[in-house]
Design a protein around this ligand. Structure first.
Ligand code: MN
Length: 492
């Protein structure tokens, strides 16, 4: 069978770290501080006897963490179960001092939701969410040469685990789902969203089967992938590997694998446990979690506008393309920037579709390019909505060329200087009076007699050449529209 005769099935389990002040079952601080990174933190400073699993200690559930988990459930259209139960999931590992993780098993907090995804160039698709349960994170082992260290700062940090149905069949769908979920939890402000520090990480279940076969193939689970790009790479590699195993007469085994991002390959880690290996049983130290209708509705009433709704509204109200609306609403910061810029455009331009288009174009174009280049979010730069509003006003009034507009954005991104300051100090204002442009047109025409002859002989395509020469001679400051008219008139 060739590769085309197989289909790939992908399901994701995403661990989202909730940004509560304290841990999920103890009063230990959950986060070091918003400024310092995990790498800079001191080991074992945020621990209590509960985190360290001392005998006789008792867990107490963090109300804020429950509220955050319900928010996530409502925002992904899940049913919120009025009663859910915490269970012990047993396994032995040095970073898990109790010998079990408190999680939820057969009675999770949220069930049966979905997220819409809009992968670029593919059909939009509804990805069903099987469940969202609450659990605690484990600590961290640090392996040195010859010995290992254990840091329990992360032990007991609240997590939700969002489990999708195996509804995805392409790498791009998986990354689109991951981005959609990331947007939801960051819009809700329940997760810091720092991918490098593992605030948002996913396990990828991949299986392949011959097309037409109803039974799913044996799956392998790729652990802890923490980037949108890596999830695609891991699926591509894993699907190809499994197809090769089957094609060469072998059998895919159920196992847990690791993704090596440097080499772009997955490596076998251990054979995958079945649920019964964990010896789940209800946590006797915690009562079942009961939430009332009132609590749920109270939380629902305070939900912000979510990315999918915002995206729809941008398409409808601002006549943006599906793609542009998707880019602008991908993060809360970018959407806020877009809306704030429009707000600052002044009453006359604010309601004009041309304005929407310009603001959108600059944000999805030049600004996104700068963000990628610097590997920064928009709020980590010095660029402010006021810059973009001032600049687009100049563009719309033809007082600056689009080339020079890019220069202004790059400068504002770096220095934060006002548009007015930048335009003045760099002399970027567009010259739109014929009298000052006339000598430039004269010079260009007399410098290129051959092209003039060709143009007058019918090769009118050369108009662009003349305008280009004039722009160059005016150091980008001449109004290209005006140059075009003047040349036409002179040579016509
Ligand atoms: Mn988990």
């Amino acid at each position: 069978m060739s590769q085309q005769q197989f289909e790939v099935t992908v399901g994701l389990e995403v661990h989202v770290q909730l940004s509560t002040e304290s841990k999920v079952f103890s009063r230990a601080q959950s986060r070091i501080s918003h400024e310092s990174s995990v790498a800079e933190e001191k080991a074992n400073v945020n621990t209590t006897p509960v985190c360290a699993g001392h005998p006789g200690t008792l867990p107490v559930l963090n109300k804020k963490a429950v509220e955050y988990a319900i928010k996530a459930g409502l925002a992904t259209h899940c049913r919120i179960n009025k009663k859910s139960v915490f269970s012990r999931k047993h396994y032995f590992y040095p970073d898990l001092p109790k010998g079990y993780q408190i999680s939820q098993y057969d009675e999770p907090l949220c069930e049966e939701g979905f997220l819409m995804i809009h992968p670029k160039g593919l059909e939009s698709k509804k990805i069903r969410i099987q469940r969202i349960h609450m659990e605690e994170d484990a600590g961290k082992n640090i392996h040195m040469s010859g010995f290992s260290l254990v840091n329990l700062n992360r032990a007991g940090v609240p997590l939700i685990e969002v489990v999708s149905h195996p509804d995805m069949s392409r790498p791009e769908e998986a990354s689109a789902y991951l981005k959609a979920l990331y947007a939801v939890v960051t819009y809700l402000d329940i997760c810091d969203g720092n991918l490098q520090e593992g605030n948002f990480r996913c396990d990828v279940n991949v299986s392949v089967r011959p097309k037409g076969q109803t039974k799913l193939g044996t799956r392998a689970e790729v652990k802890n992938v923490n980037s949108f790009r890596f999830v695609e790479k891991a699926i591509e590699y894993e699907a190809a590997r499994q197809i090769e195993v089957i094609q060469s007469g072998g059998e895919v085994i159920q196992e847990t694998r690791l993704f090596d991002s440097a080499k772009g390959v997955t490596i076998s880690m251990r054979s995958k446990e079945e649920a019964h290996d964990y010896r789940y049983f209800p946590e006797p130290d915690l009562l079942p979690l009961i939430v009332t209708e009132n609590t749920i509705e109270g939380i629902r009433s305070k939900l912000p506008e979510l990315p999918e709704a915002k995206r729809q509204r941008y398409i409808k109200d601002y006549q943006l393309s599906e793609y542009d609306a998707g880019v602008l609403t991908a993060t809360r910061e970018l959407a806020f920037f877009f809306e704030e810029t429009l707000e600052l455009m002044g009453s006359e331009k604010k309601g004009d579709p041309k304005t929407y288009k310009q603001v959108s174009n600059y944000l999805t174009g030049e600004v996104s390019r700068l963000m990628n280049e610097a590997q920064k979010e928009i709020n980590q730069s010095r660029l402010q909505p006021q810059h973009l509003a001032d600049l687009i006003r100049l563009v719309l009034d033809a007082e600056i060329s689009s080339t020079n507009a890019k220069v202004v954005i790059a400068e504002a991104w770096e220095s934060g200087k006002s548009v007015d300051q930048i335009v003045k100090s760099k002399g970027l204002k567009q010259v739109s009076d014929t009298a000052s442009l006339e000598p430039i047109v004269d010079a260009v025409i007399s410098k290129h007699p051959d092209q003039v002859a060709q143009y007058q002989g019918g090769k009118t395509k050369l108009l662009g050449f003349f305008v280009g020469q004039c722009m160059k001679a005016s150091k980008g400051q001449g109004n290209p529209q005006l140059f075009q008219e003047m040349i036409k008139k002179r040579l016509g």
